[in-house]
Each structure stands twice: as structure tokens, then as C-alpha cells.
Design a protein around this ligand. Structure first.
Ligand SMILES: CC(C)(COP(=O)(O)OP(=O)(O)OC[C@H]1O[C@@H](n2cnc3c(N)ncnc32)[C@H](O)[C@@H]1OP(=O)(O)O)[C@@H](O)C(=O)NCCC(=O)NCCS
Length: 171
């Protein structure tokens, strides 16, 4: 997962955060598969696709080409340490239909956690949203993801809505 790039921004810890482009496809796919492998432990996350790599590749390819998406990569000495996707989302609702930024695919490789990598990615994502006139950012995080929820709380993302689920069995 190494590739040389121009610097977009540098945090005090020496990380570089930049928007990925089409040439980063394999890096993005690799990080996404690592995230999916960790998420597979969660029953609320479906991982039933047989050809996960190919699906992740096609999805990442589409997102990297989309003008309403950005995937930020956090790198250090050209090694990819984390990713965060941000998309412009427009709710199909009559009430408050303003578009907002939606963050997904937040992932930091385990050996670099608690070093401010997500913080740097989120700040870049927020700047991207501000530059597009988006006044709000939302995201989903499963309730049993303690590190995830602690991170979002620390970064200023309060809980606004709960998704409830019930598994339906034959009666
Ligand atoms: C969640 C995740 C992205 C956090 O990334 P990270 O780079 O370690 O986060 P940061 O170092 O930027 O942490 C920012 C703040 O969040 C909080 N935080 C982060 N991880 C935490 C943890 N494990 N426990 C408690 N608080 C935590 C802290 O307040 C931290 O600031 P501090 O270290 O100065 O105290 C990372 O743990 C990860 O990739 N987990 C697996 C994938 C995942 O769950 N993604 C989120 C899906 S919603």
C-alpha cells in the first residue's frame, strides 16, 4: 500500500491526508476489505457477497469517479494508514431536505490507532463539506462499536437518531 504523492495537508503528528484518485484504487480496496473483515463480527452488518473483493473494487471505482464523493487517505511515509469516505447526501424528505455530508468507511489500521489519524481524516472531510456549502455532517455507527462511538463523541458527533432492528423468525 505504498505510493508517492504530492502533500495535501500535514498534521502535527506527521500524517498526510489527501483525497484519493483513480490510481489509488487498490489501496482503497485493501483498506475497505480490512474494515469489512473487522465489521464481519457485527450481526447488523451483512457480509453475504460471495465475491467481496470484486464488489469492493467496483464500488470503490465508482466512488473514486463520482463528483459527489471523496475518499480521503491518511498516509505516513507513503504507507496508507487510514481512510474515510464522504458523500453529498440529499434526504428524500419533505422536512429539512437540505443536502448534508455523509461519512462512511472510517478505518485506521490497528497499529496506528489512537494517534489522531481519524481526527485528521474527519477534519479533512469536514473541510470538504464546508467547501461545498454543506452545513451538516452525519454518519452511522453500530451501538456495540465502543471505539467507534467513543471516537465520534470525541470528535463532536452526538447521537441524533437510533436505528432499531428485530430479526423476524417463523411464528
Ligand atoms: C474508530 C477508529 C476509526 C478510530 O480511529 P483512530 O485513528 O484510532 O482515532 P483517533 O486517534 O483520531 O481518536 C480520536 C479520539 O477518539 C477517541 N477514541 C478513539 N479510539 C478510542 C478508543 N478505542 N477508546 C476510547 N476512545 C477512543 C479518543 O478521544 C481520541 O482522542 P485521544 O486519543 O486524544 O484521546 C479506529 O478505531 C478503527 O478503524 N476502528 C475499526 C473500524 C471502525 O470501527 N470504524 C468506525 C465505524 S463507524
Amino acid at each position: 500500500m505504498r505510493r508517492r504523492h504530492a502533500t495535501a495537508s500535514t498534521t502535527p503528528t506527521g500524517l498526510v491526508v489527501r483525497a484519493a484518485d483513480a490510481a489509488d484504487l487498490e489501496i482503497v480496496v485493501a483498506l475497505r476489505l480490512r474494515l469489512l473483515a473487522e465489521e464481519a463480527r457485527n450481526p447488523a452488518v451483512a457480509l453475504s457477497l460471495t465475491d467481496l473483493h470484486e464488489h469492493a473494487r467496483q464500488l470503490s471505482e465508482r466512488q473514486l469517479a463520482s463528483p459527489t464523493d471523496v475518499i480521503f487517505l491518511a498516509t505516513q511515509r507513503d504507507a496508507a494508514l487510514g481512510m474515510l469516505r464522504v458523500a453529498v447526501s440529499r434526504p428524500p424528505r419533505l422536512v429539512r431536505p437540505q443536502p448534508y455530508g455523509f461519512m462512511t468507511s472510517a478505518y485506521v489500521v490497528p497499529s496506528y490507532r489512537r494517534a489522531g489519524v481519524l481526527r485528521a481524516l474527519v477534519r479533512a472531510g469536514e473541510a470538504w463539506c464546508r467547501a461545498r456549502g454543506l452545513g451538516e455532517v452525519r454518519l452511522h455507527c453500530t451501538v456495540d462499536n465502543a471505539p467507534g462511538n467513543a471516537s465520534w463523541e470525541a470528535l463532536g458527533y452526538g447521537v441524533a437518531e437510533l436505528v432499531r432492528r428485530r430479526t423476524l423468525t417463523e411464528e
